[in-house]
Design a protein around this ligand. Structure first.
Ligand code: ATP
Length: 423
């Protein structure tokens, strides 16, 4: 529909970006397209309306079940097919060919209608800057202005120009992500551009910009999420550290044996025990990374990245709660004392502290999480009512004492609990 409509209007339609890359990397039968990027190039003068939006609207008129979203400022439209409930929807993004000007480094680009070559030139890496034309006169022809195909064959991630990382430092994270995911290397000149951008202090500009530019916050957070939730997160984090790119989060952040140990610990726990519903693994990994910073920096970094308010609150509380637990837990001997200390804190906070703290604090938290927090008293409120107690503060205190006695193994059966209460 879109190719026909574009042809009628004298425009060209192209398949671009990741779909073209993956088409060359993947055997046709296993290629599962989920995210498709199209660009329409129509020498279209009216940048406000956008040719891409117009084509997307035509599809939606014919298929009303398809969801249409329009992102005004960048003149892009997204078509979303929710085919089956258990399957990921198919997303088609349709943009109007554009050139972007970055008013200052690490800023959000300004957009101007332009041609396909310039549209491809503003992309991140050669392997992502190829297009396949879908309209006459040469449907199916590959546009590869920057040597993307050779780089795919040579298995390397290469930027299109020297300023690329200064313009958009999140590309450093993308370079690492593609290199690790595709098992490519970062081409040596590209690596030196990354190191140059980092040594020129782009990360401190970035921290300032991240605080002010919402789009950059979102992009950096999204790249971090992609990396930290992927099965290859350890290799990606290792490469980011080797390049010095963790400094984009904070100038003092770097990997250490201790930090690796903490990250692997929380990851093992999240995998082994069903803690996933409490917090997404990538988020907890990111919290462990941020917790590595001195307490006075944690809040700013988490806020700048626009992390969820629970994360920001947890990182804010961390120092005080760690100090309190490090003081009280080692001397607490009875399980009931430990449970009383820990039950007011949420699971992600306890996982975070347990991964960071040495024995015996970490170990006691761990015993709490895996055993004691699941212990139930052999008597409940109904039993107490049957014994003649009325709900109120005393009622709750009795239930608490019964639970404590159960935890400390003084009680096991309901009869023993009733005897305990009546005595
Ligand atoms: P994936 O398989 O991870 O989705 P993708 O290449 O489709 O890979 P997207 O993040 O969806 O990645 O981006 C789509 C395309 O947009 C990329 O292929 C690239 O051409 C371009 N792009 C995305 N982010 C940037 C960026 N920060 N700078 C320049 N171009 C970018």
């Amino acid at each position: 529909i879109m190719a026909n409509a574009a042809t009628k209007r004298g425009w060209h339609l192209y398949l671009v970006g990741g779909a073209v890359r993956d088409f060359f990397l993947t055997e046709a039968k296993t290629l599962a397209l989920q995210d498709v990027d199209l660009v329409v190039d129509g020498f279209y003068q009216n940048a406000q309306a956008g040719a891409g939006v117009e084509l997307a609207q035509l599809v939606q008129q014919q298929y009303p079940a398809v969801e249409l979203q329009v992102y005004g400022r960048f003149q892009t439209a997204a078509l979303i097919w929710h085919s089956q409930e258990d399957q990921q929807p198919l997303m088609i993004d349709i943009a109007t060919a554009r050139t972007e000007f970055y008013p200052y480094p690490a800023a959000n680009p300004e957009v101007e209608a332009s041609s396909i070559r310039q549209d491809l030139y503003r992309r991140d890496f050669t392997i992502n800057a190829m297009a396949v034309c879908l309209t006459p006169p040469q449907p199916g022809v590959l546009l590869d202005y920057f040597g993307g195909l050779i780089d795919l064959q040579e298995r390397q991630v290469r930027v299109l120009h020297a300023n690329s990382f200064i313009e958009d430092p999140t590309r450093i994270y993308r370079a690492v992500r593609f290199a690790v995911r595709l098992e490519f290397r970062i081409e040596s000149q590209t690596e030196s551009y990354i190191r140059y951008a980092l040594s020129s202090g782009i990360y401190s500009k970035m921290q300032e910009q991240v605080a002010k530019v919402p789009a950059l916050q979102t992009r950096l957070k999204r790249e971090l999420q992609y990396i930290l939730e992927a099965p290859y997160w350890q290799s990606a984090l290792g490469l980011l550290d080797k390049l010095g790119a963790l400094k984009c989060l904070h100038s003092s952040l770097e990997m250490s044996d201790r930090l690796w140990h903490q990250l692997r610990r929380v990851s093992r726990w999240l995998e082994r025990f069903q803690f996933h519903s409490a917090i997404a693994p990538w988020q907890l990994r990111l919290e462990v990374l941020i917790a590595q910073l001195q307490p006075r920096f944690r809040h700013t970094v988490a806020t700048n990245l626009q992390l969820p308010s629970e994360t920001i609150y947890r990182l804010k509380q961390l120092e005080a709660v760690e100090a309190e637990l490090a003081q009280n837990l080692p001397t607490a001997q009875q399980p009931s004392q430990i449970v009383r200390q820990l039950r007011r804190y949420d699971l992600p906070l306890l996982l975070l502290i347990s991964a960071r703290q040495p024995r015996p604090t970490g170990q006691k938290i761990w015993q709490y999480l895996t055993q004691w927090s699941q212990v139930k008293a052999p008597l409940d409120g109904n039993d107490l009512k049957a014994l003649g107690y009325q709900p109120g503060p005393q009622f709750k205190a009795i239930l608490d004492d019964v639970l404590a006695a159960t935890l400390d193994q003084q009680l096991q059966t309901r009869q023993e609990a009733i005897a305990f209460v009546t005595e």
